[in-house]
Design a protein around this ligand. Structure first.
Ligand code: HMG
Length: 432
């Protein structure tokens, strides 16, 4: 170890609090498959998705981020005055210039000496925020304060595209601190990988992502292998990377089947050969490992869909909410991938007592309150999304979508986005 890494290793840093806020509506993947003339087994088994969250016109990157951030602070008794950095990772930003954090900073009542900015790197944005926050704390610049990192996105590929069954919407907030109550990050063995690839992107003129879907899967797996090797190259204990020594392996989850492919790749790196899943012994190795380390924490992702940069962290919320106390004090692996592409592989420890927060993090109530849409209703929402950001355009009505609470997107007036109580709606043309 170098002197520099020895200094770094003395400072404990990690995820102290989390919160999830999803979109208000969802569609069933069987309904979507039938409407598209596809065998439902392709979406349910082939892709691994059961449902897909759909954001109403009153929900955007800011409103979902603010609600997730507030949940993380309130559920873990953190006062807004303790936050010294606010970062939102998103690839569905609401302004070319002004960061979503400017609105969320106000909505959450954060202090004026709290710095705030947005990070963008496809699904890697929040991880970039997380590691930057950990570095901010490790450097001593935080002055004992905490960082609030929020992943917030609405994934849109468009009607009847191959990516359509891999959409979703939601936000995950994380508070990073010196005394983490959930996951302690090991900042001494973070492996990184970057490469300019055209696997997935969204040009300035499009609300919809473009994807070279099958190529993006190859890019993801390539990035996993490289970032894992990079992490191993700076670790002084390679045994910690062995699947048998890990309590859980978390991956970016654009769709559930992708995490399965990722875990196959991880095992192959470990045994240094390809797995042949037609072979009985190899199948047994894979089924046991995937069934113990990855599959148990994917059920929420299967109901929410791809929330882009928050998808990885959503499965970590699922993990804690299952309250498996035997997994405390154990190492986990975390792999984050963002198309374009950038990736990190890291290890972390489940903190002793982390499972005390199982109830606080349980996302079931959030999922149960969602409203089921018909495919026609979903298509109408998709069409509305085209106009909803126009100046003095449509004014979305929270009551129309049974939205409770107090943070909504209310349309754009005088070229300014409007959030919060319904005061501005009178000045805008109502959506019927
Ligand atoms: P596709 O081409 O329509 O699907 O799109 P397919 O033909 O590849 O089939 C998918 C799977 O279903 C296959 O399984 C089929 O065999 C199976 P696999 O071979 O992969 O194991 N299948 C069936 N299974 C049971 N019964 C059936 C049946 N039919 C087929 N009847 C694709 C799939 C994922 C390419 C598409 O949805 C897509 O383009 N998605 C968007 C891109 C994406 O999610 N890429 C993932 C890696 S990149 C990433 O994660 C970054 C990202 O999140 C963006 C960011 O960073 O911001 C996307």
């Amino acid at each position: 170890m170098t002197a520099e890494t020895q200094t770094q290793s003395k400072i404990k840093v990690g995820i102290d609090a989390m919160g999830f806020s999803g979109a208000q509506c969802y569609i069933d993947m069987v309904d979507l498959a039938k409407a598209r003339g596809v065998d439902p087994a392709k979406f349910i088994v082939g892709i691994g998705q059961k449902q897909m969250s759909v954001a109403t016109p009153c929900e955007d990157t800011v409103s979902m981020a603010a609600l997730a951030g507030r949940k993380a602070l309130e559920s873990f008794n953190i006062d807004p005055s303790e936050i010294g950095t606010l970062i939102i990772g998103t690839e569905t930003g609401i302004d070319h210039s002004k960061p979503a954090t400017a609105y969320v900073h106000e909505l959450l009542g954060l202090p004026t000496n709290c710095r705030q900015f947005e990070t963008k790197h496809a699904c890697y944005g929040a991880t970039a925020g997380l590691t930057s926050a950990a570095d901010w704390i490790s450097s001593g610049r935080a002055r004992g304060r905490k960082a609030l990192i929020i992943a917030s996105d609405i994934a849109r590929y468009g009607i009847d595209t191959p990516g359509e069954p891999t959409q979703g919407a939601g936000a995950v907030a994380m508070v990073v601190s010196e005394n983490p109550r959930l996951f302690e990050l090991d900042m001494n063995c973070v492996g990184d990988f970057s490469s300019q690839v055209m696997d997935f992107w969204r040009p300035l003129y499009s609300k919809y992502a473009f994807a070279d879907g099958h190529y993006s899967i190859d890019c993801y797996l390539e990035a996993l292998a490289h970032s894992l090797k990079d992490a191993q190259s700076v670790s002084d204990d390679l045994d910690r990377f062995k699947p048998d020594n890990l309590a859980a392996c978390f991956y970016h989850v654009p769709f559930v089947k992708m995490a399965r492919k990722a875990h196959t790749c991880f095992l192959e790196q470990h045994i240094d050969r390809k797995l042949d899943l037609q072979d009985v012994a190899d199948k047994e190795i894979f089924t046991k490992s995937y069934g113990e380390l990855t599959a148990p924490w994917l059920s929420v992702n299967a109901q929410v869909g791809n929330i882009y940069t928050g998808s990885l962290f959503l499965s970590m919320i699922d993990f804690i909410s299952q309250e498996n106390r035997d997994l405390e004090n154990r190492d986990i692996s975390i792999f984050s991938y963002g198309s374009g592409c950038g990736a990190s592989f890291m290890l972390a420890k489940v903190v002793d007592g982390a499972m005390d927060y199982a109830q606080a993090l349980n996302p079931r109530a959030e999922l149960d309150r969602r409203q089921k849409l018909t495919i026609e209703e979903y298509e109408k929402i998709v069409a509305l999304a085209e106009d909803i950001d126009m100046n003095d355009g449509l004014a979305p009505d929270p009551a129309r979508w049974n939205l409770k609470g107090d943070i909504f997107y209310l349309g754009t007036h005088n070229h300014s986005r409007q959030y919060g109580p319904q005061s501005m709606r009178g000045q805008l043309q109502r959506v019927s």
